[in-house]
Design a protein around this ligand. Structure first.
Ligand code: LR7
Ligand code: MN
Length: 599
């Protein structure tokens, strides 16, 4: 494909002739729908796919096919859009600055439509659910600190596009004293010029952190239900109705959607499995499997599921109930811990916390938090200490056993929160453990602690998915086209961080690349090819795609494109021992590769 035009995205395995035939018939009959092929979007009249030339007809669809001579070097492998492609220095700067400021791929986010549709990830039965005509109206509260502009706008538009007018009382945006220049003013102008007056932009007087910023926004709200959202989300079809329905069933229900995944590198939206919230004795939130038997029948996939805790960012709560329950702990700073605090409080003080599977909201999962606290304070620890001292009774000892070094960390005055707990006549933490979270085991001894630690390593902390069994679809040596030089790890296959070089192709372990069904390239089935830094290296497989996701055309003379880097594998020189680098795909001299099947 030419890179300047976003042509057709075709999803057909190369060399699978039957699929191609089907594809061609499909094109001839002009039945174009969704999955297999998208209508032409580019301005050009033709495009190439699999050595054939395709023309556009007046409807923008493909008319007929004509075989053409193979093109020697295509910029991008077939089937890929070029949203993340780095074409020049300017793209490179946007991308790099974006990653360092926001920890996601800003280059992609900028190019995506602010009104894009996302896949409807709900269980089919959800589509049959009927909701009352008399649901309460909502005030959606979104606080943000230095959020990426287009990503924030997409958050807002997704809500405006997919929330019934009647159910949306207002959207309250709280700028938590961001310091990106122009962000506030640009947003303010955009809202005034383009959006309904239901969208309100506020600003804190100084950086408060997400806890106090949300409280600030909630105070200004006048809808019946508060819906808190992060500033980098996209709501899905009919997302709010099921949440509001649960609150209208009981004002002490607190309703959480399923948090789908917006990939931080590619912005692909994908479904999360049904999991619930838990925590460990270090007071870290974790996702966990539902108790066996929870999903016995199909209907169970639409029923609310009780959850011991919530992730924190996305939930709906009756406004007067939120106030009655003590809002948030305003002594908590910046980030962390407030989600466990409000979860414990909801359950212990008479409410119910549930996940509503028919409501889905996508959230951009970054691999690191792009900001710190202004004072440098470890706010997660401070906030967790407040949780432990106010809510955990004698069980806080387990927390301290788990994290002995935090004993002397200052956490401020919690007397007001202890009074709140008394005033609300809340249950004990023991009651909570017995009735809400009996599955949580106590860390009895060192062996148990080690086991927990091991578990924590194996299960990603944030992604609501589980480690999958890796599926290998092929084993290859990767040879620079027209040479007998292959990609080789500089060091031993087990050495994390080892760079790569060209070496004479030999049947040795450190040239054996195993490709997976998720487009990873795993050296000797151990470490993953990784483009997270300037030079590609091998590192621990994280199974989150992006910088470990490598796409190529077919198996000969192909570029190898990295989804997060927006660049292609290349070499410094065509020479034994030369280092493997990442370079612009648009400079294709040293980036054509052959996948040589290793049998
Ligand atoms: O000082 C700040 N001021 C803010 O306004 C810091 C943050 N914020 C804003 C920020 O711009 C964002 O909109 O607060 C929101 C949440 O901050 P994130 O996105 O950095 O948090 P997170 O997604 O990394 O972390 C999760 O845990 C947090 C604990 O304090 C909050 O509860 C987040 O809302 C929460 N996010 C989710 O639950 C989404 C699902 C992720 C998971 C698991
Ligand atoms: Mn977030």
């Amino acid at each position: 494909w030419s890179t300047s035009q976003p042509f057709v995205a075709v999803n057909i395995p190369n060399k699978d002739h039957s699929a191609l035939l089907k594809h061609e018939t499909f094109l001839d009959t002009n039945k174009v729908d969704g999955d297999d092929i998208l209508p032409f979007e580019g301005k050009g009249k033709s495009a190439y796919y699999n050595k054939r030339k395709y023309f556009k007809n007046s409807d923008g669809l493909i008319k007929h096919l004509q075989p053409v001579a193979p093109k020697s070097s295509k910029t991008l492998p077939d089937g890929l859009n070029d949203l993340g492609l780095v074409r020049n220095l300017e793209d490179q700067n946007i991308r790099d600055e974006g990653y360092s400021k926001h920890a996601f791929n800003v280059l992609v986010s900028q190019k995506l439509s602010l009104h894009r549709t996302v896949p409807d990830t709900r269980h089919p039965l959800c589509k049959k659910e009927k909701y009352s005509e008399h649901l309460p109206s909502s005030s959606i509260v979104i606080c943000f600190y230095n959020e990426h502009y287009e990503t924030l706008l997409r958050t807002i538009h997704s809500i405006l596009d997919r929330t019934p007018e009647k159910l949306l009382h207002e959207i309250i945006l709280v700028d938590d004293s961001s310091n990106i220049s122009n962000l506030h003013d640009d947003l303010n102008m955009y809202i005034r010029n383009n959006l309904t007056s239901k969208v309100i932009l506020l600003k804190t007087h100084r950086r408060e952190g997400l806890i106090r910023a949300r409280m600030f926004g909630a105070k200004e709200a006048s809808g019946q239900v508060l819906v808190f959202l992060d500033s980098h989300v996209e709501v899905n079809v009919e997302w709010i109705e099921p949440l509001l329905a649960r609150i209208s069933a009981s004002r002490t229900n607190v309703a959480v959607p399923i948090i789908d995944i917006v990939n931080a590198d590619t912005f692909e939206y994908s479904a999360s499995p049904l999991v619930r919230g838990g925590f460990n004795w270090g007071l870290h939130f974790k996702w966990e499997n539902l108790p066996t038997g929870t999903l016995a029948t199909e209907e169970d996939f639409v029923k609310p599921i009780k959850s011991p805790t919530m992730a924190g960012g996305l939930f709906a709560i009756d406004k007067s109930y939120f106030e009655e329950l003590g809002e948030y702990d305003s002594g908590m700073n910046i980030w962390g811990g407030e989600n466990l605090e409000i979860s414990f409080r909801i359950w212990m003080c008479g409410g119910t916390l549930e996940i509503v599977p028919c409501s889905r909201v996508g959230h951009v999962f970054r691999r690191r938090r792009p900001y710190g606290s202004p004072s440098g304070e470890d706010t997660m620890t401070r906030n967790s200490l407040r949780v432990a001292h106010v809510w955990m009774d004698e069980f806080k000892d387990y927390f301290f056993k788990q994290r002995p070094h935090v004993k002397d960390v200052p956490y401020g005055d919690v007397s007001e929160r202890i009074n709140l707990r008394k005033r609300l006549a809340c249950h004990s933490f023991q009651w909570y453990l017995q009735n809400v979270y009996p599955e949580l085991s106590l860390p009895t001894d060192n062996a148990e602690r080690l086991r927990q630690k091991w578990k924590a390593v194996k299960q990603p902390k944030y992604e609501p998915w589980h480690s999958r069994t890796r599926n290998y679809i092929g084993a290859y040596q990767i040879r620079l086209h027209n040479t007998s030089l292959c990609i080789t790890s500089l060091k031993d296959v087990k050495t994390r961080g080892s760079l790569l070089m060209l070496a004479k192709c030999l049947r040795v372990k450190n040239q054996m690349w195993y490709e997976t069904d998720k487009s990873e390239l795993v050296l000797a089935q151990l470490l993953c090819l990784d483009a997270s830094e300037r030079m590609p290296k091998i590192s621990k497989c994280h199974e989150m795609g992006g910088d470990q996701e490598w796409r190529h055309r077919d198996k000969t003379q192909t570029p190898i494109y990295n989804m997060a880097a927006g660049k292609c594998l290349a070499v410094e020189k065509v020479e034994n021992g030369a280092l493997v680098t990442m370079e612009l795909c648009t400079q294709p001299e040293r980036n054509q590769w052959d996948f040589v099947i290793a049998t």
